[in-house]
Write a protein that binds this ligand. Structure first.
Ligand SMILES: Cc1cc2nc3c(=O)[nH]c(=O)nc-3n(C[C@H](O)[C@H](O)[C@H](O)COP(=O)(O)O)c2cc1C
Length: 209
């Protein structure tokens, strides 16, 4: 008898599954009758999208991330070079006499000259645009770059590096200044590993090679 009871414990779960006679809670049954909206699918990676990875970098942090993103996506790497390079004194960022400070706090129309060396800008479908945060915003050379290469109707994914400031303010300013671009949500990418950058690319709809 004891053996029979043990045997019953063992086979009872299987019997209930096979005969479908396990009682469903009433609430579950009601749920299955309702229309369930599936969660939004992640964007499908654009299989043949031509990717450009552009960055401006003053001390090398953003450039290093841009290089990894270009390797992972198979995109073309391009650096925005100001006509006149920013001197190391600009690192003292609370000094109001520095060029960076004066540009960032100057009129919104400030456009520091850049070297216009990007070939075939119109060929790219997706542009990853990286820059360091300067005083909460994108450095003004980014605006010079987007004036020179408007990327109208193209997808631009911004990414930043910073001491701690997030991307939202800089991204909002760019979105409103260049409304003809299809902007994707960007991110702050400091300290991300190669694997994390890979996931970030995929979540932004960019195919990893
Ligand atoms: C002029 C200047 C202004 C900066 N302003 C900010 C800021 O507002 N918020 C912040 O978190 N970091 C700020 N930083 C730090 C840089 O964003 C950060 O070090 C960045 O990763 C540097 O990138 P890079 O090496 O590509 O130039 C500033 C740096 C400089 C030189």
């Amino acid at each position: 008898m004891k053996h029979f009871t043990h045997l019953l414990y063992l086979i009872l779960p299987f019997l209930t599954v096979f005969c479908g006679c396990e009682k469903e809670p009433v609430t579950d049954r009601q749920d299955t009758q309702q229309q369930v909206t599936p969660p939004p699918a992640p964007p499908a990676p654009s299989q043949d999208a031509k990717v450009l990875v552009v960055s401006f970098s003053f001390t090398g942090t953003t450039k290093s991330i841009a290089t990894t993103l270009a390797e992972l996506s198979g995109g073309t790497l391009y650096s925005i070079e100001p006509e006149t390079t920013y001197g190391s004194e600009n690192n003292t960022y609370y000094d109001q006499n520095t060029r960076a400070y004066q540009e960032q706090y100057g009129p919104a129309s400030v456009r520091p000259a850049i070297k216009k060396t990007l070939d075939n800008a119109g060929d790219y479908d997706v542009i990853l645009l990286g820059f360091p945060i300067w005083y909460g915003k994108a450095p003004r050379v980014i605006f010079t770059f987007l004036d020179a290469y408007p990327f109208k109707g193209k997808t631009v994914v911004p990414f930043i590096t910073s001491g701690s400031t997030g991307i939202s303010s800089a991204a909002a300013e760019l979105k409103s200044a260049y409304a003809g671009i299809t902007w994707k949500n960007g991110d702050r990418l400091n300290g991300k590993t190669r694997e994390q950058l890979k996931s970030w690319l995929e979540s932004s709809g960019i195919k990893v090679k």
